[in-house]
Design a protein around this ligand. Structure first.
Ligand code: FNR
Length: 374
């Protein structure tokens, strides 16, 4: 049955046995242009491919006879208790996937004890997302606005709505289009407005003078600098995480500047095509910041097994980007909750086989190269 009499489990799309099945089935639920925009990276999708390939490089070594009967996947992240190490990454324009957009995602987050990171570019206003998230943990992803007054306004709205941390994304000051989205003729449909920003009249772009470059004096004119970071850290009482870190030296400097934690990420391959896989940079960033500093990873995570590998290589938790849009498109809030539940179960199964009762037991010794003899 699929009508109102169906139980929630009966409304889960058929053929979904693993979280990644939502990706496999996405072409059924998203028209080609939207799918190309969501799935694509930038340029030729080299970094999208690298994010996936990096996980395939590692295999998990099973362990025998270990007692994992007290096992669980709970953790504390910078003092905040979480049910499991999957967070919902900030993903803009969720109305592309479902009319309920971030409201559905937030409901799913609360139902599964998942920390939600709401994008500055959400289709629903941040206050409505916070309300839908109920008592669940929620962070707000910030893009610094050209006008500091607008950034301050976003910050105070996020604080008032009960967001408990700010995630400042620094790797997307310019984003080149995805070639597959261009080829599919994708343009953002009119219903996908950035609801949080409608109040702020867009600042008029300054005319380009002779000798100006479109990139440096154009798009990068408002790109944040270290001074802006210091300003932001002083402007909010909330902890500030930095998203988009790949270079170990940046990581060290951001830690010293007072970031609450870092997200090793290449924006799902949507910022610099040719950037390394985030998983490939994770061990060096972990070494740079030390064992105890909060560190997250996103990019290419499609299974509990992938999350296990990221935790083994130094992440405390992972964020889920595209899978969230695919599950949202397939079955709204129920799909996102189901996808998260599948990820948690997949991680638990992997931990049990690897003899790890808790997340703290997952270390680099659990991994071997997938093809050690080639
Ligand atoms: C994103 N991402 C993103 N990041 C961010 O900080 N703010 C944003 O508004 C968005 N918007 C956005 C839209 C879409 C359609 C995608 C696919 C991604 C990046 C996102 O947070 C995350 O870094 C990646 O999606 C992680 O990679 P996977 O899980 O998609 O492979």
């Amino acid at each position: 049955p699929s009508g109102p009499e169906a139980t929630p489990a009966e409304r889960v799309p058929t053929g979904v046995h693993n979280a990644v099945d939502y990706e496999r089935l996405a072409p059924r639920h998203l028209e080609p242009g939207r799918l190309a925009y969501i799935a694509g990276g930038c340029g030729w999708d080299q970094t999208v491919a690298a994010n996936r390939a990096a996980f395939e490089h590692w295999a998990v070594l099973p362990r025998l006879l270990r007692d994992v009967r007290r096992g669980h996947v709970r953790l504390h992240l910078a003092g905040q208790p979480l049910e499991h190490p999957f967070l919902l990454a900030p993903v803009a324009h969720q109305r592309l996937a479902h009319p309920d957009a971030e409201i559905a995602t937030a409901r799913a987050a609360e139902a599964t004890g998942t920390c939600l990171v709401a994008s500055t570019l959400s289709s629903a206003p941040l206050e409505a997302i916070a309300q839908a998230a109920g008592s669940g943990p929620r962070w707000f992803q910030l893009y610094l606005q050209p006008e500091r007054a607008h950034t301050l306004d976003l910050l105070s709205r996020a604080e008032a709505a009960g967001f408990s941390a700010i995630v400042l994304t620094l790797d997307a000051s310019i984003q080149l289009a995805s070639r597959s989205a261009l080829a599919a003729g994708f343009v953002l449909p009119p219903e996908c407005t950035a609801a949080n920003l409608v109040e702020y009249a867009p600042s008029a772009p300054a005319p380009l003078g002779p000798g100006d470059s479109r990139i440096f004096q154009g798009a990068m004119r408002h790109a944040p600098t270290w001074d802006d970071l210091q300003w932001l850290l002083a402007a909010t009482r909330l902890p500030v995480w930095i998203k988009g870190v790949l270079h170990p030296e940046d990581a060290r400097q951001l830690q010293a500047a007072g970031a609450a934690g870092l997200i090793v990420s290449n924006h799902g391959g949507r910022s610099l095509d040719g950037a390394p896989a985030s998983l490939a940079m994770l061990p060096a960033v972990r070494t740079a910041v030390g064992a105890d500093y909060p560190l997250l990873l996103d990019g290419g995570v499609r299974s509990g097994l992938d999350a296990f590998k990221a935790l083994a290589l130094g992440a405390d938790a992972v964020l889920i980007g595209r899978l969230q849009m695919y599950a949202l498109a397939a079955a709204g809030a129920l799909g996102v909750a189901h996808m998260l539940q599948l990820l948690v179960e997949e991680l638990q199964a992997c931990m049990a086989q690897a003899g790890c009762a808790t997340l703290a037991d997952i270390g680099a010794e659990a991994l071997v190269p997938a093809l050690p003899f080639t």
